[in-house]
Design a protein around this ligand. Sequence first.
Ligand SMILES: [Fe+2]
Ligand SMILES: [Fe+2]
Length: 256
Amino acid sequence: MNEHANPQTLSQRADELEEQMMHELGERIATKSSLFYLADGKVEMPSGPALKAANPDKYFLMGADPRLPKMPAKPTLIDFFKNRFASLNHLLQSATHALKGGHNEKVVLACLLHDIANGALIRVDHGYWGAQLIEPYVSEEISWAVRNHQALRFFADESVGYKYPEAYVKFFGPDYEPEEYVQRAYAQARQHRWYMTSRLITLNDLYSFDPNVTVDPELFTDIIGRHFKQPPEGLGFDGSAVAHMWRTMIWPNNLL
Ligand SMILES: [Fe+2]
Ligand SMILES: [Fe+2]
């Protein structure tokens, strides 16, 4: 039978999948944040007591999810590259492109970090989230550049050969107009002294994602060492204003 003719079948299948995921976790119940339900078009949140009542002999998962790669107790940025950033190849390819183009190390690091938010945390407004994640650990110029690539990538700059990405015409349609806050951010960034640092992110941002090119993150160890202040307690445990954001990527489905 056609799936669309019977929505019940789909929801039953989702239940089965959820059930299967719980089995993979052994005696633990993994929960998802409300944001995941919102992204599925649902304003809802299965309550802790309801889930517990449905699984009386299980505890909620608190801590490492056995389905995810193990993180060390004091994670470094490289650990996140290896174990959490799903955008790994895109980041490494963009940074390699910047390196080969002879750009300075700040630009290379900005390219390396520009999409970490959508790689492991959240897609919407990824430039802003990404900048916030790195703010305590990099120079202001680097986080500024990451924040503003969010807006700049929608606007061409012929002076450096940056065209509106073909990919965006395919992704969003030919008539897509960025939201007003993005247009405002672009206009402000255009006047800023660090405009070109951010523009260089968009210029080295490889819109074609080549699955056959693999780059070792260790290649950037020295540049990271020189420009990213790795906290000795590990990212997520240094008490910084953004430590909770790194912990969220380490333990994405803790109940609370
Ligand atoms: Fe991006
Ligand atoms: Fe990108």
